[in-house]
Design a protein around this ligand. Structure first.
Ligand code: GDP
Ligand code: GDP
Length: 436
């Protein structure tokens, strides 16, 4: 089950992004060398009382070419489309404005649960300012202060009451994947070409509108795949679909729902910042990753072209050295037939478990080749390593001092694990923990 999604809406300057950052909190990244992933966030993961959720700040989807009222209308529409629960933010300092009423009316008609947060209520004396907001017809207003961190808990208590009951993790054998990439790299063409080759299952399960767009098919090997919808695949002609922030947000949501992510590049254009950002997010989310270079038919090639392209990819996506690369063409269907098998293999690798005894042999051999680092006369000691999770494979290394496990040494251990076991296509996490 995908986690529920909260969207934050409201006119500019009421404090949406301040609240977003409060609710998302600081998630400390395990991977330190992924640039640009957490900067400028409009999409994040959060947790309250053990319930995990996704959070969207619709105010961050920049539509500044549009008239003011249209901007906030589109942001409300995105929230209605994407979210399970919507938080409408207003400002207790300014009172009810026309724009607040306008957004409230749009949300009111949506049938989604909407909670009203009156922000900038920075002290108890200001709590009486909230009563005029009953006029918006959205029930009890929640006084909060994003900048002081007040009232957020009460608001989230109410938000999670509207989440559907937690379901057991579905243990079906379906492999979920998505194609992620900039506009015009050929995602739709690839999808049509892949589906043209496979037996498509027409789903009659009543799902949400969002899920109904996903397509399932069975490959020759008998494996069922579900292709997750992303921006650009369902073109509905909304103005915001063309904005980069929106497409990044949709891509992140698709990645969250996928087991394996196909990062699609255009052979004619090479690698761009957007590609790195999206791939970095998939890597951080611990998803299986395959790099697909499309339009391979369209470029001049000699015996070195593929090798050179591969070297470019490896130097641009340094942290993705584990991801296999497929050079394909949606147009000529070159090498497309291998994609389902590649996805299946990567998905299996994500779930591979290594018995502790074998794992510890590998780690001890690694330490023999490359002695553990020292810092100020103290040497890292490794006592024991164990795999604690799959999807992605996660290893805990019990040590004398966590700080002595330098990033470069963790990276070395990761490489030794990769040499011994079949982990192609999946990130691996190595966590040092002090032995008690
Ligand atoms: P957004 O445009 O709705 O995303 O609003 P921002 O989060 O960028 O905040 C707009 C302004 O309001 C900034 O100057 C914030 O510092 C300020 N602000 C946000 N939350 C609060 C709050 O709880 N109290 C006060 N006094 N100011 C706040
Ligand atoms: P999307 O925006 O990523 O979904 O990209 P589309 O699938 O709409 O493709 C964008 C353009 O690239 C279209 O004109 C396609 O015909 C073209 N295209 C897609 N795949 C290939 C390919 O493998 N080779 C060539 N030469 N053109 C392609």
């Amino acid at each position: 089950m995908a986690n529920p999604t909260i969207a934050i809406v409201g006119r500019p300057n009421v404090g949406k992004s301040t609240l977003f950052n409060r609710i998302a909190g600081e998630r400390i990244s395990i991977v330190e060398d992924v640039p640009g992933v957490t900067r400028d966030r409009i999409y994040a993961h959060g947790e309250w009382l053990g319930r995990e959720f996704n959070l969207i700040d619709t105010g961050g989807i920049d539509l500044s070419d549009e008239p003011f009222m249209d901007q906030i209308k589109h942001q409300a529409e995105i929230a209605i489309d994407e979210a399970d629960v919507i938080i409408l933010v207003v400002s207790g300092r300014e009172g009810v404005t026309d724009a607040d009423e306008y957004v409230a009316r749009i949300l009111y008609r949506s049938n989604k649960p909407v909670l009203l947060a009156v922000n900038k209520v920075d002290n108890p004396e200001m709590r009486s300012d909230i009563y005029e907001f009953y006029a918006l017809g959205l029930g009890d207003p929640f006084p909060v202060s994003g900048s002081h961190g007040l009232g957020i808990g009460d608001l989230l208590d109410e938000v999670i009451k509207h989440f559907a009951d937690e379901q057991e993790e579905e243990e079906d054998d379906v492999i979920r994947f998505s194609l992620i990439g900039r506009p015009n790299v050929g995602k739709s063409s690839l999808i049509n070409a892949i589906l043209g080759e496979e037996r498509v299952i027409v789903s009659d399960i009543a799902g949400t509108t969002r899920d109904a767009i996903d397509t399932s098919f069975v490959s020759e090997s008998g494996q069922t795949f579900q292709m997750i919808d992303t921006a650009g695949m369902r073109k509905r002609g909304k103005v915001y679909e063309k904005t980069e922030k929106y497409s990044v947000m949709r891509a992140m949501r698709a990645i969250d729902r996928s087991d394996v992510v196909l990062v699609v590049l255009n052979a004619e254009e090479g690698i761009r910042e957007y590609d790195k950002r999206i791939a970095g997010f998939a890597h951080e989310a611990g998803k299986g990753i395959i790099i697909v270079v499309n339009k391979w038919d369209a470029i001049e090639k000699d015996n070195h072209t593929m090798k050179e392209f591969e070297q470019d990819i490896r130097s641009e996506f340094r942290y993705l050295d584990y991801a296999p690369i497929a050079f394909v063409s949606a147009k000529t269907k070159q090498r497309l037939a291998q994609l389902p098998d590649m996805i299946e293999t990567v998905s299996e690798n994500q779930s591979l478990r290594i018995p502790s005894s074998i794992l510890n042999d590998v780690i001890m051999d690694a330490v023999a080749i490359n002695p553990t680092p020292t810092d100020k006369g103290k040497r890292l000691k490794i006592f024991y390593t164990t795999q604690v999770a799959v999807k992605p494979p996660t290893f805990v290394v019990f040590v004398n001092e966590e700080e002595l496990m330098h990033f470069s040494y963790a990276r070395f251990l990761e490489n030794q694990i990769r040499k011994s076991f079949e982990y192609e296509g999946t990130p691996i996490r190595i966590i040092a923990r002090k032995r008690k």
